[in-house]
Design a protein around this ligand. Structure first.
Ligand SMILES: [Zn+2]
Length: 244
């Protein structure tokens, strides 16, 4: 293939723009926010599961406290009834009176025990509530961090995309200076060669693969007519000669 030497040199401008676009697109894909968001999302999910478990603990504790409260009601009522009967002075039979006083003592002890238990259960409810609140607050904080990361990712992405758009415009200008067939060849080689389709010959070295040409290859490169498209023997990229 042949092409005007100036068009060949423009190929290097095109390559520089394409390399820059590739780097910008890579930066969009590898913004640190992406990895951090994945991390935060995992943490948020874990906290969500912990929160479900904490809710269960809280609801169990609340139920136990309610049951303890309910258990106390009939015992207190019975004590009040007994106390009232004794205080009324209507029980005249000494045996009945003694057994009633015994029962009052027993009920009083029982109530004291139940109240102690209820107090412990109340403390358990408070502890469960506090644990639940801590988890909810932590999840809220993680969600705040995620919102900030999303905003920062989008802002950075927008800047980079704007940069890409600028370079696409410049690319269109450069493209106008290069014949379509040469652009097609460049694109084909670029896909095959990991993003670099055209490279300068710097001294004996191909800037694409970084290898030095053998003397005979080099001689062939520089003795080829200026409008010849020369390909690197090592990497097959389009080799643009400085004086091409
Ligand atoms: Zn090469």
């Amino acid at each position: 293939m042949k092409a005007d030497p100036e068009a060949q040199r423009r190929l290097l401008d095109l390559q520089a723009i394409d390399t820059a676009i590739g780097q910008l697109e890579h930066r969009v894909k590898t913004l640190p926010e992406h990895a951090l968001l994945v991390e935060k999302q995992a943490r948020r999910q874990a906290l969500g599961q912990e929160l479900v478990a904490a809710d269960t603990v809280l609801s169990d504790a609340t139920n136990a406290q309610t049951r303890a409260e309910a258990d106390l009601v009939p015992v207190r009522e019975r004590l009040a009834r007994d106390q009232k009967a004794v205080d009324s002075g209507t029980i005249t039979d000494p045996k009945t009176l003694t057994s009633m006083v015994d029962e009052i003592a027993h009920l009083t002890t029982r109530i004291s025990t139940l109240e102690d238990e209820e107090l412990e259960l109340m403390e358990a409810v408070e502890a469960a509530q506090a644990a639940r609140d801590r988890l909810a607050a932590e999840r809220g904080a993680v969600e705040d961090e995620m919102r900030a990361l999303i905003a920062s990712r989008d802002a950075a992405g927008k800047d980079l995309q704007a940069d890409v758009a600028d370079r696409q415009k410049a690319r269109a200008t450069v493209l106008a200076d290069i014949p379509g067939a040469l652009v097609d060849l460049y694109e084909k080689v670029r896909v095959r060669a990991g993003g670099t389709g055209a490279a300068a010959l710097q001294g004996h070295r191909c800037a694409g693969c970084g290898l030095e040409a053998t003397q005979s290859d080099y001689d062939r490169y520089i003795s080829a007519p200026a409008d010849d498209i020369v390909r690197c023997e090592e990497c097959d990229r389009i080799l643009v000669r400085a004086d091409a």
